[in-house]
Ligand binder design. Structure first.
Ligand code: PBE
Length: 278
């Protein structure tokens, strides 16, 4: 960063997409007059708290996560993308956080099975899976700790679809290991993130959320209001970056890291250069 650059702390969660977005944002802001301190690897609640108390200035959050897990809004899945965004924008503004331009990328939680197994068992929707589990089929399910306990995760999903995995059939692991476990037949089903590059690479069938449980999870830059007041140009800069992100782009970038084993900083830098952002 240049002499006199403005210090800013960029946060991130602990999975590939968030490592990419935080690293990318750091490189991008460094190239535009800031001196970014990137702190990632946090779980959602820790990161949210860090932003509320001022340890983190800016990070990429998902609309549905703030709507349901932080703000405890009920019926969020029935809202349109725009309604959900307007609602979190308003609720978080009261807490000193500004939601900038939402990207077109929707990293929703989803439930996946291996294509061949899903075909054999005739499972296309989450309702189909719920029926099998309720019918006594001993299917196992891989999940990370967040999904296992969040209201927009397994507890809410089971209530909404009226089924329940017996405790012993739910296998908890790090988010990154869930894909490996499903791919290697250690489990029959798993929680996945829709923008993860491994869903396609490992030939997973992402089940249809036929009873509309999951809300919209548009990836959006969220910045502390006091920081935005001090550095108003952040708005335009971050909105520009946000406008470059959609599902296909996130899947491609995530895949470069998780499947092609490229480094996070290299993938981030190449993307910024390709888009003329640095
Ligand atoms: N996710 C998927 C979101 C929620 C949906 C894990 C990317 C998150 O809160 O981190």
């Amino acid at each position: 960063p240049a002499a006199g650059a403005q210090a800013i702390t960029v946060g991130g969660k602990n999975f590939t997409e968030q490592l990419l977005l935080s690293d990318m944002t750091g490189q991008y802001l460094d190239a535009h007059g800031f001196d970014a301190d990137v702190r990632n690897g946090m779980g959602s609640t820790v990161l949210r708290r860090a932003q509320l108390n001022g340890q983190v200035d800016l990070y990429w959050e998902y609309v549905g996560t703030s709507l349901i897990t932080y703000n405890k809004v009920e019926g969020g899945a029935k809202m349109s993308r725009q309604e959900a965004y307007e609602k979190v924008k308003k609720l978080d503004a009261e807490k000193g956080l500004v939601w900038l331009k939402p990207s077109q990328a929707n990293n929703t939680y989803a439930i996946a099975m291996e294509e061949e197994d899903a075909e054999k068992r005739g499972v296309e929707t989450i309702s189909d899976l719920a029926k099998l589990v309720e019918g006594g089929k001993e299917l196992t399910f891989a999940t990370d700790a967040e999904f296992a306990s969040r209201p927009d995760g397994l507890p809410g999903l089971q209530e909404h679809y009226g089924f329940s995995f017996p405790r012993a059939q739910v296998k908890r692991m790090d988010a990154g290991l869930v894909y490996k476990a499903l791919n290697e037949d250690e489990v029959n089903s798993a929680m996945v993130f829709a923008t993860d590059g491994r869903n396609a690479a490992f030939d997973f069938r992402v089940l249809e959320d036929d009873q509309n449980f999951f809300p919209n999870y548009a990836i959006t830059p969220v910045v502390r209001e006091d920081v935005l007041k001090k550095h108003p140009k952040l708005r335009e800069l971050m909105n520009e970056l946000s406008s470059k992100l959609d599902d296909a782009t996130m899947q491609r970038l995530n895949k470069q890291v998780d499947v092609e084993k490229k480094s996070v900083s290299q993938v981030a830098e190449t993307f910024l250069k390709e888009n003329g952002l640095i």
